[in-house]
Design a protein around this ligand. Structure first.
Ligand SMILES: Cc1cc2nc3c(=O)[nH]c(=O)nc-3n(C[C@H](O)[C@H](O)[C@H](O)COP(=O)(O)O)c2cc1C
Length: 392
């Protein structure tokens, strides 16, 4: 039976897609990740999984240093099994079912959190999947219930006797969405009251909260990091070493540029990106090392623009630009990341940029004006209320 690593990247639809996973390997090399869900229906996927869903288990097999668990979402166990048949155990030792997605669309189809709305259906479905896939192959990711934590014990009871590879509890209900604090005591209830390998999901933002989680829920096997990796993409270094990550400002700028470039090339021609990974030119840890980021940036600018260069000065990117989609992904990351940066970078000006060259120009200008030679990426509790939906 596979023993999944203690810490891993949480699935985040539209966020932890392949370019983000590759970039996280470069920033802080998480040992394991779970793909965002693939929505499975009677008609989809028809004869194979999409090429870009889990390339790490297909064309990039063994090219990257992390374990990947694919996740499916569906309210129909038979469709889950049909899709699972595209990835034999030799490729995917563990496959996860999403029982947490709060979207009304999932709810209506008894998928995601919708599975939790009928405890008997939930119990039957998970038991069928566990039996059909075999011991140690099914992972379940769930919320505490639909409306209230009081639903959790009955839902949990349905799982206790099953040989699951992992039970991850996102310690909120569907009604909570992503608001409020994750209730880690409920995760501890699952970990101490069952023999399942229980993992926590929710509100691990860095070393301090990871320590707090371990003392509140000492029986968990580990945790998944979701929005915490957006607030600090170097979080896995911090969680391993217990120290904050500080880097030269130009490392920070070029690492961020690499993120945008990875998004761009993935959108334009994912096959070319895969080739570079297979050849070992991308996909190793760069951490805070300037030379390593220099190599990666040169590789990626060459791939995207046909010219190798670094972002060293304000106008380095002009007149070239990035597509609106790649830039919107960078802006999304920035909307979280800025909460962990020195004050001048957290200011709203950078959020207002509409194009990549303006963004990077203002970023370099702000760094220069503030005299920031190095940048520490460090969780600031003051922002937590905002991310918990308690303050606008
Ligand atoms: C943008 C976004 C997309 C998400 N997509 C998924 C998903 O595809 N599958 C899933 O099981 N959970 C998904 N989640 C939930 C996260 O995996 C995680 O359980 C939740 O965000 C709580 O953890 P955190 O506080 O570390 O973010 C998503 C969360 C966010 C914010």
């Amino acid at each position: 039976m596979v023993r999944l690593p203690e810490l891993s990247v949480a699935p985040m639809e539209g966020v932890t897609t392949f370019p983000m996973r590759l970039w996280l390997t470069m920033t802080s090399q998480p040992p394991a990740m779970t793909s965002p869900f693939l929505k499975v229906t009677r008609a989809f996927p028809e004869s194979a999984l999409p090429d870009t869903f889990i390339p790490e288990l297909m064309q990039l097999r063994e090219a990257l240093p992390y374990e990947l668990v694919p996740q499916f979402i569906t309210g129909e166990p038979e469709q889950f099994l049909r899709a699972a048949a595209f990835i034999p155990p030799t490729l995917a030792p563990v496959i996860e079912i999403n029982c947490g997605c709060p979207s009304p669309n999932s709810m209506g189809r008894y998928a995601g959190s919708g599975m939790l709305s009928d405890p008997e259906f939930f119990a039957r479905s998970i038991e069928t999947l566990s039996q059909e896939l075999g011991p140690g192959r099914l992972a379940v990711k769930m919320r505490l219930g639909v409306q209230s934590d009081a639903e959790f014990p009955a839902l949990l009871a349905a799982l206790t006797a099953l040989p699951l590879a992992r039970l991850t509890v996102h310690a909120r209900t569907r009604a909570d969405g992503y608001r409020g604090q994750a209730r880690w005591t409920e995760v501890q209830r699952a970990a101490s009251g069952t023999r399942l390998p229980v993992f926590a999901s929710g509100d691990v933002w860095g070393w301090t909260s990871w320590q707090r989680l371990q003392s509140t829920a000492p029986d968990i096997r580990g945790a998944m990091i979701g929005r915490g990796l957006l607030r600090n993409p170097w979080i896995f270094c911090e969680l391993q070493s217990g120290t904050k990550t500080r880097m030269p400002a130009l490392v920070f700028v070029n690492a961020l540029f690499c993120y945008a470039l990875l998004q761009e090339i993935f959108l334009r021609d994912a096959g070319k990106l895969f080739q570079r990974v297979v050849r070992g030119r991308l996909g190793s840890i760069c951490g805070v090392d300037f030379g390593a980021w220099e190599k990666a940036t040169v590789e990626l600018t060459n791939l995207v623009f046909g010219v190798p260069f670094l972002l060293l000065q304000k106008d380095s990117l002009k007149p070239r630009t990035l597509s609106p989609v790649a830039f919107s992904r960078l802006r999304f990351l920035w909307s979280y990341l800025r909460s962990s940066l020195p004050e001048p970078l957290a200011a709203p000006g950078l959020m207002r940029c509409r194009q990549a060259p303006d963004f990077f120009e203002l970023l370099l200008e702000t760094i220069e004006d503030a005299g920031l030679e190095t940048i520490e990426v460090s969780h600031q509790e003051a922002w937590d209320a905002q991310f918990a939906g308690l303050r606008g």
